[in-house]
Ligand binder design. Structure first.
Ligand code: CA2
Length: 147
């Protein structure tokens, strides 16, 4: 299981707690690890502010999935969700089963957050439940293995 986080999510817990909660990125990682441990899965948890780096990581994730070493990707692409055709192409091109996750509900916010380039290539979308959304996304992705 891979969990990737996009730009500015390294600021979690330090700014805008009313929107994104009090958990830091390290808290979020610990929470995700508790879930993947519970499911008996390995987890690779990463954050980058760079679009190109995220794209390269999606390619690597695709190779892990093809090798049977990962179930896929939980992706909070941050603002790249709303801007990046390249990240969408990477998810599709690398054939990575992906669950899009957001801490906040972008549809309840500014209109420029209402469109996602990723939703159309994602298995599912979880938004608006804060850190709990990552748990739900991991468990949702794990269920695809059972189907
Ligand atoms: O709700 C989410 O998870 C978002 O993906 C967060 C992005 C935003 O651009 C998306 O529309 C929705 C922003 C992440 C920035 O995170 C910060 C955390 C703390 C302080 C400032 C920014």
């Amino acid at each position: 299981m891979h969990v990737f986080n996009g730009p500015n999510l390294n600021l979690l817990g330090r700014r805008e707690p009313a929107v994104y909660g009090h958990d830091t990125l390290a808290d979020l990682e610990a929470r995700c690890r508790a879930v993947t441990d519970d499911l008996g899965l390995q987890m690779c948890f990463r954050q980058s502010n760079s679009e190109g780096e995220l794209i390269s990581w999606v390619h690597e994730c695709g190779e892990s999935v093809a090798a049977g070493d990962s179930l896929g990707l939980v992706l909070n692409a941050g603002a790249y969700t709303h801007t990046s055709i390249a990240l969408r192409d990477a998810v599709r091109g690398a054939e990575v089963p992906t669950v899009e996750v957001h801490l906040s509900n972008p549809h309840a916010r500014e209109t420029f957050r209402h469109h996602s380039y990723l939703s159309g290539v994602a298995l599912g979308v979880v938004a608006g439940f804060g850190a709990l959304g990552y748990d739900l996304a991991i468990r949702g992705l794990q269920r695809t293995k059972e189907q």
